[in-house]
Design a protein around this ligand. Structure first.
Ligand SMILES: Cc1ncc(COP(=O)(O)O)c(C=O)c1O
Length: 433
């Protein structure tokens, strides 16, 4: 028995089923590679689900964390605050788009950031309804489950969910949902289900993560901005997965030139340490009374120190430009593969947030979740860590650290192509039999 199989058995006995895991038990990690407890090396195209944009254990992040740990590790910002929190808020207020005064609140997870953005929008507007989108993912707490537009594995069996959450269609050109159709769906919602004057917020991922790396067209985001202005609705951009240099700009909504009122971020911000934030218009952020926002650990000093280092590294190493390069290289490889293999129906994404969709037939576009799972398994056997996504679990997403050396990226892409060919060969042989 290997250490990994032993750990799998111990996990099954000690940890609830609901906490789904893959089979690789990590022993150590460095930049874009990790090694499991049995000494096997893997190339990491998952980056802890878009957290390690600056790579595993970036030396500057590690040094900042070590230095902060020598000073103090926790006081609770509400009890005895510290300068680094205020300075990080100042930095994010300057980085987030919008030519108006902004304020920032720190929390621990992406879900908590979304929860707080909704709290703030409701307090500010004195309205209750919230509109989110089909295929969107916003977290696993009750409100964020309600906001999520993907039933499995996030919603099944966990209801009832908080009321006053409505879902509209997210544009998906590959599946024939145009901007015009998505806007017509919102219109249907406003006429059939909820008065726009009762809507506190529209919440959208400019690039859907768990939903399948669907990129919201710029004209759709602009139209949402106009609707929000028309009806006094708070526009919230969820940049938890697409933010922090991942798409080739600091925030993915910047590609569309649209300015949200509030923005949620997490994942890449802490470079591997749990930190999330809500940044937005000071007039909206200041609505709630003192004590209404926050929490024991929100903006923990170790995580804040890590985030300062992450922002420094993004700037010093030009990681926005690197994201564009890494993404372009991935797309070139995948588009070449798609020309040879009809199972790849679509290649899409933005910057280094790249995905390909697996279909049983390119004409019917019937999703192929079995092939997707097989690709992940073959990749893992070859030493490459991949993630799937999409409401039908038929999309493979690539989220390599932006600091990945060229040679490791090439090696990973070679393994990826081999894994797709292995899986497709096996799957199509199975289909014929
Ligand atoms: C867009 C988006 N929002 C919110 C979340 C929830 O973040 P967390 O898992 O840190 O609660 C995620 C997580 O994947 C996400 O991708």
């Amino acid at each position: 028995m290997t250490k990994s199989t032993d750990l799998k058995a111990r996990k099954a006995a000690a940890v609830p089923n609901g906490v789904g895991t893959r089979g690789i038990y990590v022993a150590k990690a460095e930049n874009s590679e990790l090694w499991d407890v049995d000494g096997r090396r893997y190339i990491d195209f998952a980056a802890g689900i878009a957290v390690l944009n600056t790579g595993h254990r970036h030396p500057k992040v590690m040094a900042a964390v070590a230095q902060q740990a020598e000073a103090f590790t926790h006081t609770c910002f509400h009890v005895t605050p510290y300068e680094s929190y205020v300075r990080l808020a100042e930095r994010l207020n300057a980085l987030v788009p919008g030519d108006f005064p902004k304020k920032t609140l720190f929390l621990n997870s992406g879900a908590e950031a979304v929860e707080n953005a909704i709290k703030i929008a409701r307090y500010h507007t004195k309205r209750s309804a919230v509109i989110a989108f089909s295929g969107g993912f916003h977290g696993r707490t009750h409100m964020t489950m309600a906001l999520t537009g993907k039933v499995m594995p996030y919603k099944r069996g966990f209801g009832p969910f908080p009321a006053e959450v409505y879902h509209a269609e997210f544009p998906q050109p590959y599946r024939g949902v145009t901007t015009a159709q998505a806007l017509a769906d919102l219109d249907r919602l406003f006429h059939g289900d909820v008065d726009p004057k009762s809507v506190a917020a529209i919440l959208i991922e400019p690039v859907q993560g768990e939903g399948g790396f669907n990129v919201a067209p710029a004209d759709f985001l602009r139209a949402l901005r106009t609707l929000c202005d028309e009806h006094g609705i708070v526009f919230i951009a969820d940049e938890v997965q697409g933010g922090i240099a991942r798409t080739g700009k600091m925030f993915s909504i910047e590609h569309a030139g649209v300015v949200p009122d509030l923005m949620t971020m997490a994942k890449g911000l802490g470079g591997g340490f749990p930190l999330s934030a809500v940044t937005g218009r000071a007039t909206i952020m200041d609505s709630a009374h003192p004590g209404g926002l926050g929490g024991t650990y929100g903006g923990n000093p170790i995580c804040i120190a890590a985030a300062h280092a992450v922002l420094d590294v993004i700037e010093a190493e030009g990681l926005c430009g690197k994201a564009a390069q890494v993404g372009q290289r991935m797309r070139t490889q995948l588009e070449a593969l798609a020309k040879q293999l009809p199972c790849i129906g679509d290649v899409r994404g933005l910057g280094a947030m790249v995905a390909f969709e697996l279909v049983k037939d390119p004409k019917t576009k019937e999703p192929d979740p079995e092939l997707t799972a097989a690709i992940l398994a073959h990749a893992e056997r070859r030493g490459l860590i991949l993630l799937s996504c999409g409401t039908a679990a038929n999309v493979v997403r690539l989220l390599a650290p932006l600091t990945i050396p060229d040679a490791v990226l090439e090696e990973g892409l070679t393994l990826l192509a081999a894994a797709v060919r292995d899986a497709y060969g096996v799957e199509s042989a199975r289909a014929v039999a």
